[in-house]
Design a protein around this ligand. Structure first.
Ligand SMILES: Cc1cc2nc3c(=O)[nH]c(=O)nc-3n(C[C@H](O)[C@H](O)[C@H](O)COP(=O)(O)OP(=O)(O)OC[C@H]3O[C@@H](n4cnc5c(N)ncnc54)[C@H](O)[C@@H]3O)c2cc1C
Length: 349
């Protein structure tokens, strides 16, 4: 179905989505990971991906051997997965001649390759484009603050919950806290204290700010990301609502596998330099270091997480609050008038 291919370096670039509501809603972007993983599982291979343990709150890489278990490793968890625990298992499967798909951040793929020390024809690698991870310890501090407010323990956090706001509006701001009593807290407003800190690059691991794996020259067979920047000129309302992946096919091994994906996986060529790369910093450079990072880490163990974030982000929050208040009072026409008057007064027009 793909008529032409758009290349950047050695890679082919596509926009893609899985045409199945259940897969799409449980995936962070367009479900490209599931389409690739299914091919390997149908060939009796093994798929390694990051899972969340509700008891320990560890995120770690686990092997999945059937399609029914794939949901365990779907979806983005925003803190570091203990992928290294899986490397020895990966090697065992590879040495036994079993096809292995390993999916993680690019640095984890690099570490696996280092560990293996040689290339394997039966290894396929997928990296999810990553602007950085935080740690379990920071997430626990955030959860403790939320538990205190709700007077209820949190069972799990869905960092990218779909269905709360349209994916196009940035579902990174759309989280769900699941409490042990079955209640939930929906977060969609972009000023949640975890979201502010994570997307503001305040709480990332030190190495993320010096990441060697950003850019368009990728280390894995496949690279997956969100297709931020896409709009209704090239995607349907359905997809803008539910998610679209950028699928980067970096090697011939990946090209072969792509020929075997489900017919429900839809993909078409894109020009990477038009929207995919310019709208996604991680295709260009590591995240900038937040100047308040040192203050955060100096205090976060001893201070309430929420209080600390509100202190660090006070100027931003006040500005935002004033903006929204003005919008509510004067309405959209009033806002336009204020903007144009301000432009004139400052010589802008
Ligand atoms: C920490 C993090 C930061 C990200 N930052 C960006 C970004 O800046 N821009 C962007 O476009 N996309 C980013 N993504 C990638 C994006 O959110 C999707 O993961 C990707 O597009 C694949 O989505 P999917 O719908 O195909 O499959 P999904 O089912 O959503 O992806 C599942 C895959 O993600 C992997 N994964 C999930 N959590 C982790 C983790 N903690 N560590 C390692 N692997 C993990 C699993 O191993 C699994 O293979 C990030 C993902 C993560 C985990």
């Amino acid at each position: 179905m793909v008529q032409q291919v758009n290349k950047l370096g050695k890679s082919d670039w596509y926009m893609a989505w899985y045409q199945d509501d259940e897969v799409l809603m449980n995936s962070s972007s367009g479900g490209a990971f599931t389409a690739i993983a299914e091919v390997v599982l149908q060939d009796n291979g093994v798929v390694f991906g990051a899972t969340f343990d509700e008891k320990t709150w560890d995120v770690y890489h686990k092997p999945v051997t059937c399609i029914e278990e794939l949901n365990d490793i779907r979806g983005s968890k925003y803190y570091q997965s203990q992928a290294f625990l899986a490397y020895a298992d990966c090697k065992k499967y590879l040495d036994a001649g079993i096809e292995v798909l390993f999916s993680g951040t690019a640095c984890q793929v690099a570490a696996l390759k280092n560990y293996l020390g040689k290339s394997y024809d039966n290894l396929i690698t997928v990296d999810v484009l990553c602007h950085g991870v935080t740690s379990k310890s920071v997430v626990k501090k955030y959860a403790t603050a939320e538990e205190r407010k709700a007077k209820q323990p949190i069972k799990s956090i869905a960092f990218r919950q779909k269905g709360l706001i349209p994916w196009r509006n940035g579902c990174g701001a759309s989280m769900l806290l699941n409490y042990t009593d079955g209640t939930q807290k929906v977060i969609t407003d972009g000023i949640d204290s975890f979201f502010l800190a994570f997307s503001g690059n305040l709480i990332l691991r030190p190495s993320c700010y010096e990441c060697h794996f950003t850019g368009t020259d990728r280390i894995s067979d496949f690279t997956l990301s969100d297709y931020w920047g896409v709009d209704d000129t090239c995607a349907s309302e359905y997809n803008l609502e539910k998610g679209i992946s950028v699928l980067v096919v970096n090697t011939d091994k990946a090209r072969d596998l792509l020929n075997r994906v489900s017919k429900d996986f839809i993909y078409g060529p894109i020009d990477p330099m038009e929207r995919a790369v310019p709208c996604n910093l991680a295709f260009t450079k590591p995240p900038p270091r937040n100047e308040k990072k040192a203050s955060f880490f100096a205090e976060y163990q001893s201070t309430d997480y929420d209080r600390l974030i509100h202190k660090l982000y006070r100027p931003y929050l006040i500005k935002r609050c004033v903006k929204q208040g003005v919008k509510m009072v004067v309405g959209p026409k009033g806002v336009a008038m204020i903007k144009s008057t301000f432009k004139k007064l400052t010589g802008g027009g």
